[in-house]
Design a protein around this ligand. Structure first.
Ligand SMILES: [Zn+2]
Length: 288
């Protein structure tokens, strides 16, 4: 009896630790370097270390997203080949950040590169030789059709960047969104490139979209609850920061004192809360 109880406690602990471990950024070394996971019919997630991309297989070819890196893209291509002999016809960039979209040359022999118009503009400014420029761009919404499948690209406003694309596979109700919806985790560091208030509006738009499965650029596969929870986190954070500022508390003291215990179990709480606070403090103090 005692043994059985101990065993049960052990299993519960392992599950609890696993959940924490999956939600947090560190600890990837304990997993294989890459994996391909079936998410829905003909819809897959490719994970490379801590970065993830979505691809859709059709009888006439593959619609892929984010090549991730030069090294990752070669493996990504091999992983797709294990599922279908069809070539990659489209590569969609989620946004212009290089940690997600480097290495597209691995697909350039057969694929057309697609992104938001401002993604192309950013890439023209940055001129990274390892990032093929998108030749097809859109501004509000675009549908790609291939082999009887539809894949939609939606622009939901400025958020993590001014050019993030949300990819929807409507018949499977799968949504792919990168970096602006951390799954039960705080925003990364000081939210470089982010428009804090517009990010909240952007999340509201995502909440109105028709999907059941959320595939993020990092972290566990989730659902619409994660979007709502993250929007609530940002709203709670913004309201709390504003209170400190209105009381005349300095940035340093706000960072030291402001806590959001409701989110203390979330990934990056200790590390990123001070930086997330700073981002909103500067937004309200200086309007930047
Ligand atoms: Zn990013």
């Amino acid at each position: 009896m005692r043994m059985r109880q101990l065993l049960a406690v052990g299993i519960v602990l392992a599950v609890a630790m696993g959940a924490v471990w999956l939600g947090a950024a560190p600890g990837w070394a304990q997993q294989p370097r890459y994996a391909t996971t079936k998410v829905a019919d003909d819809v897959y997630m490719f994970r490379w270390i801590g970065h993830q991309a979505l691809f859709v297989v059709t009888p006439d070819g593959v619609i892929a997203t984010d090549p991730i890196s030069v090294e990752a893209a070669k493996v990504y291509r091999e992983e797709i080949k294990k599922i279908t002999p069809q070539p990659v016809r489209y590569v969609i960039y989620s946004h212009h950040h290089f940690d997600h979209i480097t290495g597209g040359a691995a697909f350039a022999d057969t694929a057309i590169f697609v992104a938001h118009a401002r993604t192309r503009q950013r890439l023209l400014e940055l001129m990274n030789p390892n990032v093929p420029l998108p030749s097809v761009t859109y501004r509000d919404r675009m549908t790609l059709e291939l082999g009887g499948r539809k894949v939609e690209l939606h622009y939901v406003g400025r958020n993590h960047t001014d050019n993030s694309t949300v990819v929807l596979v409507p018949d499977q109700k799968v949504l792919f969104a990168v970096d602006f919806i951390p799954i039960r985790s705080l925003q990364f560091r000081v939210m470089y490139d982010t428009y804090p208030m517009e990010l909240i509006e952007s999340l509201k738009r995502v909440e109105l979209m028709d999907f059941n499965i959320l595939v993020p650029g990092h972290g566990p596969i989730s659902n619409k609850d994660a979007v709502r929870e993250h929007r609530e986190y940002l709203q709670d954070l913004a309201a709390e920061v504003k209170k400190y500022l209105d009381r005349g508390v300095s940035l340093v003291d706000t960072i030291r004192q402001l806590k959001l215990p409701k989110y203390e179990k979330w990934g990056g709480y200790e590390q990123f809360l001070p930086m997330n606070v700073e981002r909103f403090f500067e937004y309200y103090r200086r309007g930047v």
